[in-house]
Design a binder for this molecule. Structure first.
Ligand SMILES: [Zn+2]
Ligand SMILES: [Zn+2]
Length: 283
């Protein structure tokens, strides 16, 4: 039996990472500064990856800030790339990977710059950015060109139901590293889903993914995160989901007030009901 010290030692022997989150550099609600402050004060994460849609600008800014300040966590520069076949998380980037390429080319470009590629929220039958089985099976048949991991727990609506499928297929068929990511679009959702790995720091995490020694744990966004995200999307428009906005902060505030009227609030309530977010939680 382990002594108390050994048990503590054992707990300290693993790190926790959230490898999927968005900021205002794509369709997230929180700025890079707000995101980092939330992680510092409200989570126990050792490593985070900023993975905005099709840009690394926010992630580079986060890494710069982390280099100048002493945060208790490390920052990975990532990008959630919109490939032709769905979203792929790419980590440890120095250069942006353009959207609209095949999933194979995207994985190749991540590996060419020393990065990792993880399939985000796969197998969701209704989410159009979700990579589907025929594509993942195709990757399995190309041993020289495979992703390093699969997100087997995604904290957003995209992961509800399909996370369980991803976990089962990864354990029985694909055998790539299992990762968990909040896919947070609001700071308060950060850390709801996480990746546990042996050791600490970004290098240990990278090795753990390569050795397929990671595991996913956690749950999903809470109702208030849906309210914040949906109202943000309504106010900023569909364009906010993929392009940084060019409106000034005051124009954005006016747009938000104008859009988020009674009708919009009713749509938010209906969406939340349809998602049945109170009934989720897989482990
Ligand atoms: Zn996505
Ligand atoms: Zn995402």
């Amino acid at each position: 039996m382990l002594s108390a010290t050994d048990q503590q030692g054992q707990q300290r022997a693993t790190g926790l990472a959230d490898l999927h989150m968005h900021t205002t550099y794509s369709d997230g609600v929180g700025t890079v500064e707000e995101t980092l402050a939330y992680i510092q004060w409200r989570t126990a994460l050792d490593v985070i990856a900023i993975t905005d849609h099709d840009t690394i600008e926010g992630a580079l800014r986060a890494r710069d800030l982390a280099e100048r300040q002493s945060f208790p966590f490390e920052v990975i520069v990532g990008e959630e790339v919109s490939t032709r076949e769905g979203h792929v998380l790419t980590l440890f980037l120095e250069k942006r990977i353009p959207p609209g390429l095949s999933i194979e080319r995207t994985i190749e470009m991540a590996h060419a710059q020393g990065g990792l590629a993880i399939i985000a929220h796969p197998f969701n039958p209704v989410f159009r950015h979700s990579v589907q089985r025929p594509v993942v099976d195709r990757l399995l048949r190309q041993p020289d060109l495979h992703p390093d991991g699969i997100e087997t727990l995604n904290g957003s609506f995209a992961g509800i139901g399909s996370s369980r499928v991803a976990q089962e297929l990864t354990r029985t068929i694909y055998h790539w590293a299992e990762t968990g990511g909040s896919d947070a679009h609001t700071p308060s959702a950060i850390g709801c889903a996480m990746t546990r790995y042996p050791g600490f720091g970004v290098e240990a995490l990278r090795q753990a993914v390569l050795q397929r020694a990671t595991s996913a744990e956690g749950s999903y966004w809470r109702p208030r995160e849906y309210v914040t995200y949906v109202s943000h999307t309504l106010a900023y428009g569909v364009a906010a989901t993929h392009e940084p906005t060019t409106l000034s902060p005051s124009a954005l505030a006016r747009a938000r007030r104008a859009t988020f009227g009674r009708l919009a609030q009713r749509r938010v309530a209906m969406l939340i009901e349809s998602l049945d977010v109170t009934g989720v939680g897989i482990r």
